[in-house]
Design a binder for this molecule. Structure first.
Ligand code: AMP
Length: 462
């Protein structure tokens, strides 16, 4: 048959290869663990939602909704989109399932794919993963602080050097006052703004503060700051958030340019990342309070706060910072077979070991024993069980200690007991070896200390 053309990966997409899975597992485990401790339950929402959900929540003027959404009309005429983020879906689900009748706050988290038709580049994909935490139904600033703490501790405990940048955009009253002066300030220099900001000036002035254009950034340096316009309630609220962070020894920097730019956002806003060149934050994600979102989506007024972090960016940083992560655990047992009869028995033996919860592996399609022992070595197993015609006839199996190469014949009916005995022994052996090593190190250290003390006392005597 003629060779067909090759079908490649879709632009902007990424395979997560087997070698990378331990990074993903590590982050998932950390997220699950901290969620459990802080009482967050996992909520998985669909990848597809009504386009209107995102239009209303993220805003029609944003790049995400305007340019980056994968939207389509179904055969039934429904206008749907692949989700570009998850907060809107979480809030939709909270409203739809009547979660406001549960004890508040309702704490939810997710770990899933997002889709944005962004320009692909290093660390930026069209399908990427985010995990996020959302607490709905409580306006106490301690919840804001706890969410910041969760975002901080997950990343810090992965070994990253984390920086938090934080701001308060106040409540509606504060923002109204602030927006008036901000508009005046930019209006006076309107012609220096980029084209996009000239448009934003009318509808979404706050967004000017985080424009990436350097000329706009220059103007923003001198712009009035929101913190000077917070009313008493907003200021007290922000101070409480900062106080709680201080209690947890979380270091943060105030950054008055962090705004979320949409009407339903209020009070706390933060970004989290690591310091890049020139002290700029390389963001892994961000969060904020969004007390106005539930009512915008047709629910009752519900205070809420949450954050989202990009998984690929975190993994990139783990690689960049050469952070060692736990390797996938090595198996204990390899089942090898020689000859067609033995192969059939080996199939059953392997299934038996697997059901008994042994960390066993196999390669039944391999025929030669050398091949199979090579694999067993490479995989780092402790013991290989070898079944050949002779063993089948005698109801036995050979067990080979992969370290010493010593082989023993054991009764096939006692295989479980015999393996367990040996595994316990090998664990004890490795513990003894480790303690011996430790003792050696301690001895060396005390010797060194003694030497130093001797030297010091000699010096003193002199
Ligand atoms: P956002 O939802 O835009 O606030 O983004 C939060 C985080 O998600 C970012 O800081 C990135 O870590 C990650 N992120 C956003 N867009 C992408 C993308 N296109 N590819 C990979 N990660 C992304």
């Amino acid at each position: 048959m003629a060779r067909r053309s090759k079908i490649n990966l879709v632009k902007g997409m990424k395979d997560i290869l087997p070698d990378e899975q331990n990074y993903w597992n590590l982050i998932k485990e950390k997220v699950d663990k901290i969620a459990y401790n802080y009482g967050f339950s996992r909520l998985d929402t669909p990848l597809v939602e009504y386009t209107d959900l995102f239009k209303r929540s993220i805003g029609e003027e944003t790049d995400i909704v305007n340019k980056e959404m994968y939207s389509f009309t179904t055969k039934g005429g429904n206008k749907l989109s692949l989700r570009p983020e998850s907060t809107a879906s979480i809030v939709r689900s909270y409203i739809e399932h009547g979660m406001l009748n549960l004890p508040q706050p309702v704490k939810l988290y997710y770990f899933g794919q997002q889709f944005r038709h962004d320009k692909p580049q290093k660390g930026r994909y069209r399908q990427f993963w985010q995990f996020g935490f959302e607490a709905l139904g409580d306006n106490d600033p301690i919840i804001d602080a706890q969410l910041i703490a969760i975002s901080y501790f997950i990343l810090q405990e992965l070994g990253l050097d984390i920086e938090i940048q934080i701001n308060s955009i106040g409540d509606e009253e504060s923002r109204k006052k602030y927006l008036k002066v901000l508009k005046q300030y930019y209006n006076l220099q309107k012609n220096k703004l980029c084209a996009a900001c000239q448009k934003r000036l009318v509808k979404n002035t706050l967004r000017l503060l985080d424009c990436k254009n350097y000329k706009c950034q220059e103007l923003t340096e001198e712009a009035p700051q929101i913190l000077d316009y917070l009313n008493e309630e907003s200021r007290d609220n922000f101070m409480m958030v900062l106080e709680y962070l201080d209690e947890l020894d979380i270091v943060y920097n105030l950054n008055t340019k962090i705004v979320r730019g949409l009407d339903y956002y209020n009070k706390t806003a933060w970004e989290i990342g690591e310091k890049g060149q020139g002290g700029k934050l390389l963001a892994f994600g961000g969060g904020g309070r969004y007390d106005g979102l539930a009512s915008l989506l047709g629910g009752r007024e519900t205070p809420a706060v949450g954050f989202a972090i990009g998984v690929e960016r975190v993994i990139m940083a783990l690689h960049k910072n050469k952070i060692e992560i736990p390797k996938i655990e090595k198996p204990d047992i390899y089942v090898a077979q020689l000859g067609s009869e033995a192969r059939k028995e080996a199939l059953k033996l392997f299934e038996y070991l697997r059901k008994e919860d042994f960390k066993a592996i196999e390669n039944m399609s391999k025929k030669g024993l050398r091949d199979q022992l090579d694999i067993a070595h490479r995989k780092g197993v402790k013991y290989t069980l070898i079944l050949g015609q002779k063993e089948i006839n005698d109801n036995t199996v050979l067990i080979r200690d992969m370290e010493s190469g010593v082989q023993e014949i054991i009764d096939i009916n006692k295989v479980k007991k015999e393996i367990e005995k040996r595994l316990v022994k090998s664990v004890t052996k490795s513990i003894i070896l480790k303690t011996k090593k430790k003792k050696k190190i301690v001895k060396k250290k005390t010797k060194k200390k003694k030497k130093i003390v001797k030297k010091k006392t000699k010096k003193k005597k002199k």
